[in-house]
Design a binder for this molecule. Structure first.
Ligand SMILES: [Fe+2]
Length: 401
C-alpha cells in the first residue's frame, strides 16, 4: 500500500500530497501487507463541550476553522448538536447536549470540555476489529454500515484510555460531507478555512494522559491491539523540573501519520501537570492536540490577535548560550521566536518550532500545540524542561502546585 492511495478524504480536500505530509507531520511510506491493524490516518477528533453552539464560533474565529456540516434537532437528532469543522486535513466534531437527559450532559458534568473520540480512517474495519477482539480489546460498537443518498460508511469503535474511544471509519464508499445523519452547513462567519488564511494543515499528534504506573500498559495496548510501534522514549530526568516530573513514551501507526505520546505522572516533590489534569478531568484523557502549520509565526500572530493565549516562555530560554549553540541556524532570527515565545528544538534529523496554548476550557485540562517541523520527527524533548517550568508558574498562579 503506498502513501498516495492511502490519503484520507480530508487530506485530499486540503490538497496535501505525500511529500507535503512528510514535511508537515513526518509521515513515511510503509508496506501495510503485514500490519495486523492498518490505519490510513486521522478521521476526526470529537469533542464534548458545555456549549457547542458557542464553541463552534470560537474554533472559527480564533482557530480559523470552517464549518462544513451539522447534526441536531433540525436534522432529526433531538439529543444534541454536533458541528463539524475543518482546517486543512484537520476535522473536529464539536458536540453538546440539547436534551438534559443526554449522555453527553452526564459526560460533560464529569469531564468538562474534552475529547471523547479520536476517530481513525482504516481500509478494513472488520479486519481491525477481529484483530482487536483477539487481543482482548473492549469493542464499544461492532462493525456496522450507515447509509444515506451519498453512500455507505462502515464504522466500529474500540475503547482506549479513560472514557476515550477510537471510532474506526471506512468512508471509501461514501461521498457525503461527513457521515449519514449530518447535513452540509456553512456559516455566515465566512471566509475562513481556505488555503490562504488557514493557520494549520494537519493533525500531528494527540497526547494521552494516563494513570500513574499505567503508561506501559497503554503502550502495550497500542502495540498489541493496534499494531503501533514505539517511536521515541523520554523517561525520568528528561522531562523533570526540580518539583515535578512525568514519563512519556510515543507510539505511532505504520505511516507515522497517527502519533500518540502517552504520559503518566512521575513521583516528585510537588503535583505535576499530569496529576492536575487527572484530578480535574476525573481520569485519563487527551491532554493536547498538536496542529501542524507551515508558518508558525503567522499562525501565532493571527491566533493571538483573535484572543488565544499561549504559554509564556522565559526570556532566559532564548538567552541561554547552550540552547543557541544546540539549535544552530533556523529559518528566522531567534528574536522572531523570542517575541512570540516560540520554542525550538533540534535533533539529528533537523529541527522543529513549537508553542503551546493555555487550556482552552474552564478546567486546567486540554490545550493545543502548534508545530512547524523542519526534518525533525521529535516532539520537542529539549523543550520539556523549559515548557514545564512555564506551566508550573501557571499552576502556581491557580493554586494547584
Ligand atoms: Fe506535543
Amino acid at each position: 500500500m503506498t502513501l498516495e492511495r492511502d490519503l484520507t478524504d480530508t487530506e485530499r480536500l486540503a490538497r496535501l500530497d505525500p511529500d507535503e505530509l512528510r514535511r508537515l507531520v513526518g509521515s513515511i511510506e510503509y508496506d501495510a501487507a503485514h500490519d495486523p491493524f492498518p490505519v490510513s490516518g486521522w478521521d476526526a477528533v470529537e469533542w464534548v463541550v458545555g456549549n457547542a453552539t458557542q464553541a463552534v464560533h470560537f474554533y472559527q474565529s480564533a482557530f480559523g476553522m470552517e464549518l462544513v456540516a451539522y447534526s441536531g434537532p433540525t436534522t432529526g437528532n433531538s439529543d444534541h448538536h454536533s458541528y463539524v469543522l475543518r482546517s486543512g486535513a484537520v476535522r473536529f466534531v464539536i458536540s453538546g447536549a440539547v436534551d438534559p437527559d443526554s449522555q453527553l450532559a452526564d459526560r460533560h458534568r464529569l469531564h468538562g470540555d474534552g475529547v471523547v473520540d479520536i476517530a481513525l480512517q482504516v481500509p478494513d474495519v472488520d479486519a481491525c476489529i477481529r484483530h482487536a477482539r483477539a487481543q482482548g480489546a473492549t469493542i464499544l460498537d461492532e462493525p456496522h454500515d450507515v447509509t444515506d443518498e451519498y453512500g455507505t460508511v462502515r464504522l466500529a469503535a474500540i475503547a482506549t484510555y479513560g472514557d476515550t474511544r477510537h471510532t474506526l471509519v471506512d468512508r471509501s464508499r461514501y461521498s457525503g460531507v461527513y457521515l449519514p445523519g449530518y447535513v452540509e452547513r456553512t456559516s455566515s462567519f465566512g471566509g475562513r478555512g481556505d488555503t490562504a488564511t488557514r493557520m494549520f494543515e494537519a493533525l500531528d499528534h494527540v497526547v494521552g494522559n494516563v494513570e500513574l504506573g499505567r503508561m506501559d500498559e497503554w503502550v502495550d495496548f497500542y502495540r498489541r491491539v493496534m499494531g503501533f510501534t514505539n517511536m521515541a522514549e523520554f523517561i525520568g530526568d528528561d522531562i523533570a523540573t526540580d518539583y515535578s516530573a512525568l514519563m512519556s513514551k510515543v507510539v505511532c501507526n505504520g505511516n507515522h501519520r497517527v502519533k500518540f505520546p502517552l504520559n503518566e505522572p512521575a513521583l516528585a516533590r510537588k503535583r505535576s501537570q499530569i496529576d492536575e489534569y487527572l484530578d480535574f478531568y476525573r481520569g485519563p484523557g487527551a491532554q493536547h492536540l498538536a496542529l501542524a502549520t507551515r508558518d508558525i509565526l503567522a499562525a501565532v500572530d493571527r491566533m493571538r490577535d483573535q484572543g488565544i493565549e499561549f504559554l509564556p516562555t522565559p526570556d532566559a530560554y532564548y538567552e541561554d548560550p547552550e540552547l543557541r549553540a544546540r539549535i544552530g541556524a533556523v529559518r528566522v532570527p531567534i528574536e522572531e521566536l523570542k517575541s512570540r515565545g516560540v520554542l525550538v528544538d533540534r535533533d539529528e534529523d533537523g529541527y522543529l518550532l513549537q508553542i503551546f496554548t493555555k487550556p482552552v476550557g474552564d478546567r486546567p485540562t486540554v490545550f493545543f500545540e502548534l508545530i512547524e517541523r523542519h526534518g525533525s520527527a521529535g516532539f520537542g524533548k529539549g523543550n520539556f524542561k523549559a515548557l514545564f517550568e512555564a506551566i508550573e508558574r501557571e499552576q502556581a498562579a491557580r493554586g494547584n502546585f
